[in-house]
Design a protein around this ligand. Structure first.
Ligand SMILES: *Cc1c(COP(=O)(O)O)cnc(C)c1O
Length: 496
């Protein structure tokens, strides 16, 4: 069956998977969605005997139907290799009767590596398939994590360049060190005098700048985007839920067909949407549990049916979930509207213009697969301490939000399904908050020394990604004004 992609907002003709990957976002502002969610056409028992790479192939081939078997296998081989510090790629660890799906064994020790390791290869392949000869230039504004994960993915991938802008004084010292030490002869990192919004706005303007586009075109370049609304990032995320289920069968924890719960610490709604797609494919999932931090816009949405971003933005210790506009929720809204682009489009306009929208009762009924809740900062810290004391297992702050929310869910429902918690970052990425959770007070000023302490108490070695940046040389030191960003891009590309 061929799967095509159409916009959540428009009535335009559907396009192929490779075209959707190249475009990223539809011209009408909508996100690409598959015209039909394909069913897994291989038994879970068979999948339980496969490697991560083999499962990835079986899942991704269902969605990316215009890629040949060869092409897809080649992308998967290049993505999930020794960049990951374990052959399992996404190991499932048991602690206190729950299963943690560790998605942080890639280059930047957070789950965005799972998709950003393969996106560059999907993009280059898609460009070839569509006879695009130009070099792809990825432009990204980052508040810290995405930029590094995207650079690690695109580093030295032929036919691509990546330029990342970050707020010079708006990222953590470890995040900055991770970025400015990035290797690769096609990676460029530029600090800006401004905040993340300034960087993001300037990048969007460059994407929409027709003059710049034609200049690039003449010189043999084309902009593209690696952000999380690209279906080339969504599809690879479906894989690890299928792999987690297959791992539970392999380990003898469940029987084929038995339902499980899945908990996802959520920000932009990409990761949990992938779990929803896995369920639609036929994976036996009972509840999809959406965990938020104090920016609990999604919890409010699931409980009231109203999405309202008009509220204070709270900085928390789970910063990758500090988000008030969860872009990928649009794909779920589209789905529960009965795939009616006009309804979806109207609601999204409401969000853009008025800052809120409310779904109908009928749509709300279709959300029964989901349960939403949130954890306060105190509850998150307490969860880290509790899990450590009970089992010796150390959670990062994002994963702790998920575990804390599951406590609330279990308490209010008495549900006893086996549960998989998406573990989205290594505790070493947030050593300070994690150590504070466990010890309550931390005096040590140096984050690297804290990482050593964490290793002593957890028995888990400090990951190579952290060791490496300790001594790595700084390779990027360019800082510019926001107004000079376009000139900087042209300069990097050798156009001016
Ligand atoms: C990005 C991120 C999340 C949120 O994932 P979404 O797909 O945006 O919902 C959660 N945890 C970590 C560590 C992240 O980097």
């Amino acid at each position: 069956m061929e799967v095509l992609y159409k916009s959540t907002r428009g009535k335009q003709a559907a396009i192929t998977a490779s075209e959707a990957i190249l475009k990223g976002l539809s011209e009408d502002g909508g996100l690409y969605v598959p015209t039909e969610i394909p069913k897994l056409n291989i038994s879970l028992e068979k999948l339980s005997k496969m490697s991560y790479q083999e499962v990835a192939f079986e899942v991704m081939r269902c969605f990316l139907t215009d890629f040949t078997e060869e092409e897809l296998k080649d992308c998967i081989r290049k993505a999930y290799d020794s960049k990951f510090d374990t052959e399992e790629i996404a190991p499932l660890k048991e602690a206190g009767g729950r299963y943690y799906l560790e998605l942080f064994h890639g280059a930047t020790i957070a789950f965005k590596d799972m998709a950003l390791s393969i996106l560059p290869h999907l993009m280059v392949t898609a460009a070839k398939k569509n006879q695009i000869k130009k070099e792809i230039v990825i432009l990204t504004a980052t508040s810290g994590d995405t930029g590094k994960a995207a650079m690690a993915g695109f580093s030295d991938v032929p036919g691509t360049k990546i330029i990342v802008f970050y707020p010079k004084n708006g990222v953590s010292p470890v995040q900055e060190k991770q970025m400015v030490t990035q290797k690769g002869n096609n990676t460029y990192v530029v600090g800006i005098h401004g905040n993340f919004d300034d960087a993001q706005t300037a990048v969007k303007e460059m994407f929409n700048d027709k003059e710049m586009a034609s200049l690039l075109d003449r010189e043999g370049f084309q902009f593209s985007s690696a952000n999380s609304i690209n279906i080339g990032r969504l599809v690879p995320q479906i894989v690890y839920y299928v792999y987690a289920y297959a791992s539970l069968i392999r380990k003898g924890c469940i029987k084929e067909g038995q339902e499980i719960n899945v908990v996802v610490p959520t920000g932009n709604f990409g990761n949990i949407l992938a779990a929803f797609y896995a369920k639609q494919m036929g994976l036996p999932i009972n509840k999809l549990i959406c965990a938020s931090n104090e920016n609990k816009v999604l919890y409010d949405f699931f409980s009231t049916g109203t999405y309202d971003r008009r509220r204070e933005f709270i900085l928390t210790n789970s910063p990758s979930m500090d988000i008030l506009i969860s872009s990928n929720l649009e794909r779920l809204i589209y789905y529960i509207s009965g795939q009616e682009a006009s309804i979806c489009s109207e609601l999204m306009n409401g969000l853009n213009q008025g800052g809120a929208y409310t779904i109908t009762e009928e749509m709300k009924e279709k959300l029964s697969d989901f349960y939403g809740n949130y954890c306060t900062e105190e509850e998150t810290a307490a969860t880290i301490a509790k899990v450590y004391k009970q089992s010796g297992y150390v959670l990062d702050t994002h994963t702790a939000v998920a575990a804390g929310v599951y406590d609330k869910y279990e308490k209010s429902t008495g549900d006893t399904h086996p549960v998989v918690i998406a573990s989205t970052a290594s505790p070493y990425k947030f050593s300070r908050s994690v150590m504070k959770g466990i010890l309550e007070t931390v005096e040590e000023p140096d984050d690297f020394v804290l990482a050593d302490r964490l290793s002593e108490i957890s028995g888990v070695p400090v990951p190579k990604a952290v060791q490496d940046i300790r001594t790595a040389p700084v390779l990027h030191d360019c800082v510019v004004n926001v107004s000079d960003m376009p000139e900087t891009v042209l300069h990097i590309l050798g156009i001016r």
